[in-house]
Design a protein around this ligand. Structure first.
Ligand code: FEO
Ligand code: CA
Ligand code: CA
Ligand code: CA
Length: 607
């Protein structure tokens, strides 16, 4: 949050009630507007193909259109709060929507289009005379980053033998990024994005070795992307090091469309949700990052050098030098950052870590060895003006299941279907090696029968109840914004609650009934713990990605996977909830999109 800290009432709006309507709902006095849906031209000059609602855009067209499944975003001002760049992630593809025939015909063109629907977008937007926002097209900043965009590799794993492939013997040039989830803007003006569920894109070998197994690589093609059939690098048997080249935090300079984005290996390899930067008093970068997978960890990187004035170029190697730590949460409310440093804590050659590069590539194995706390799916991390660090732990139905870790102080609920938010304060500055932590809120429906599924939030159920916190951000006034990701599309209908950690399918057995309506965004007062629902999304969508203009008067959020519908959409017997947001065309398809939210009177968001 780089906006100035303003005074005034923290939460001054009327709470939005629970809803299962196929629309976006904002408080009275606010207006929401759709921007830059999947398939809109990103704005590359001379190449502005219109979206085809029938799914017949080509791969080449998709490569200059907004990708699918908008996730984390950040606003980069070009002209105060009137004009700027929106950078965003496109987390995954949905072939049922991407192709006119749902992906039945399969060849190189289909793989290319699927890959072009992934990655990042940078587009220019400007405020209009009436206060609304519009895309600027063409724009000299407009850019798509896809699976074909060359990335450099920075940090200790650059060039490592485990990063080398037949196509890249240098181990320093990777094509593309994928599974990009949370995002943030760094104090030096770049964009950070996490490569989260990368493993599901790889065709696994019949007998995965111990390293591959620890990262969830399994025999066969788990998620149905079928890229390996026409892009051999996604066949992990033929190209066993290619998966090592994903699972990084990537950094992009949105102001220079010709710049080469970089995979920052010093921050460790993980199913990174995203990365959030805080600054020490002497100006070093501290990067917090959660690994969103069941029983994985929370990381922090402390840069060796200080942030320099001069933006992206002056700080081009800032995130390549420093120390990576993993968190241990102790039962007495304290915690310790354990350094992932080769030669320390048993991270030796004998233990399977030849050098620092291997420690970083095998960060999960290193964290196991150090005794890091295995968390309930750490997602976004946010830092408030008082220096408190918050993390969403979205859910973990396997906590306490047979053969899986039981509860611990930080993850206190068995079959944790509702998730929780935990916060800590470092001892000393952000680079402190110890901290004090507490739970901020235990999420879930307060009316749930099972004790461990019950939400314990401050505020009446109709105004404050939520489950499965995911997106998390602190605005310039110090308000903590919480975005939810209850899966899958049925919460509106109040049917079964399903999790969608596909690398780790949920155990069989009954699920919680969740009757909290569609996914939502809530505002929380960090001082009092009061929580108030601000926004409800359309059917089947998750709310993710959040930023504001520097003046705090426009908020941008992303709507991901409206109408997320497991099973065959064309099957009338499929009883799942259906969305046609935002176009609501009979011949259309639901589209992820950005929503710009303003107060009708032009006031500060949330007041
Ligand atoms: Fe892609 Fe952890 O949400
Ligand atoms: Ca997420
Ligand atoms: Ca999630
Ligand atoms: Ca998602």
């Amino acid at each position: 949050a780089s906006a100035p800290v303003m005074s005034g009432p923290k939460l001054g709006f009327q709470p939005v009630p629970l809803s299962d309507a196929d629309t976006v709902t904002v408080p009275e006095g606010y207006v929401a507007q759709v921007l830059q849906a999947w398939g809109e031209p990103v704005g590359v000059a001379g190449n502005l193909p219109a979206f085809r609602h029938d799914g017949r855009n080509t791969a080449a067209e998709q490569a200059v259109q907004m990708g699918m499944h908008h996730d984390g975003l950040a606003f980069f001002p070009l002209q105060g709060s009137d004009r700027g760049l929106l950078a965003m992630n496109h987390e995954y593809g949905d072939h049922g929507l991407l192709f006119a025939d749902g992906g039945r015909e399969w060849g190189p063109e289909q793989v290319a289009k699927s890959q072009a629907a992934h990655g990042l977008s940078v587009c220019e937007i400007a405020r209009q005379a009436d206060g609304s926002w519009a895309a600027v097209r063409p724009s000299r900043y407009a850019r798509r980053v896809t699976l074909q965009t060359p990335f450099a590799v920075g940090g200790p794993a650059a060039g490592h033998p485990l990063m080398q492939t037949a196509a890249d013997p240098s181990g320093r040039r990777v094509l593309g990024t994928l599974a990009n989830c949370a995002a943030s803007r760094t104090p030096w003006g770049t964009y950070l994005s996490g490569e989260e569920n990368f493993i599901g894109y790889f065709l696994g070998p019949n007998r995965p070795n111990a390293h591959e197994a620890r990262w969830g690589l399994r025999p066969g093609e788990p998620w149905g992307y079928r890229w390996a059939e026409h892009d051999a690098r996604f066949d992990a048997s033929a190209h066993p090091h290619e998966p090592n080249r994903f699972g990084w935090v990537v950094e992009l300079d949105p102001f220079d469309p010709s710049s080469t984005p970089v995979k920052r290996t010093a921050l460790g390899r993980a199913a990174h949700e995203g990365a959030t930067v805080a600054l020490t008093k002497d100006g070093r970068a501290v990067v917090y990052s959660g690994e969103d997978a069941r029983f994985e960890s929370i990381y922090k990187f402390v840069s060796r050098d200080r942030v320099k004035p001069g933006g992206a170029q002056a700080n081009a190697t800032l995130l390549d030098h420093g120390t990576l730590y993993v968190a241990r949460f102790d039962a007495d409310g304290t915690g310790r950052w354990l350094p992932l440093v080769h030669g320390q804590g048993g991270l030796t050659r004998e233990a399977g870590f030849a050098d620092q590069g291997e420690v970083l590539i095998k960060a999960r194995q290193a964290s196991d060895r150090l005794g890091a706390t295995k968390m309930d799916r750490p997602e976004w991390i946010a830092v408030d003006p008082q220096g408190q660090v918050y993390v969403t732990l979205t859910n973990n139905s396997q906590r306490g299941a047979p053969g899986r870790p039981g509860v611990d102080a930080a993850n206190p609920r068995e079959n944790n279907t509702g998730g929780h938010i935990l916060r800590w304060r470092e001892d000393g500055d952000f680079d402190g090696e110890t901290f004090r932590w507490e739970h901020f809120v235990l999420a879930g429906d307060p009316a749930a029968e099972r004790t461990d599924a019950r939400g314990r939030m401050k505020g009446p159920r109709d105004a404050a109840a939520f489950a499965c916190p995911d997106g998390l951000w602190v605005d310039g006034r110090g308000v903590l914004w919480i975005q939810t990701d209850m899966s899958s599309s049925e919460m509106g209908a109040g049917v079964a609650f399903l999790e969608k950690d596909s690398a780790n399918p949920p155990p069989p057995g009954p699920r919680e009934l969740v009757k909290l309506g569609n996914n939502a965004m809530l505002a929380a007062d960090p001082a009092t713990g009061e929580i108030r629902r601000f926004f409800v999304g359309p059917v089947g969508a998750e709310i993710t990605g959040i930023d504001m203009t520097p003046d705090g008067r426009t908020m941008f959020v992303n709507i991901q996977h409206p109408g997320e519908t497991p099973g065959d959409r064309s099957d009338p017997a499929n009883p799942r909830a259906f969305s046609n947001w935002p176009d609501h065309r009979a011949d259309g398809r639901p589209r992820s999109a950005t929503v710009a939210i303003r107060k009708r009177d032009g006031g500060l968001i949330g007041t």
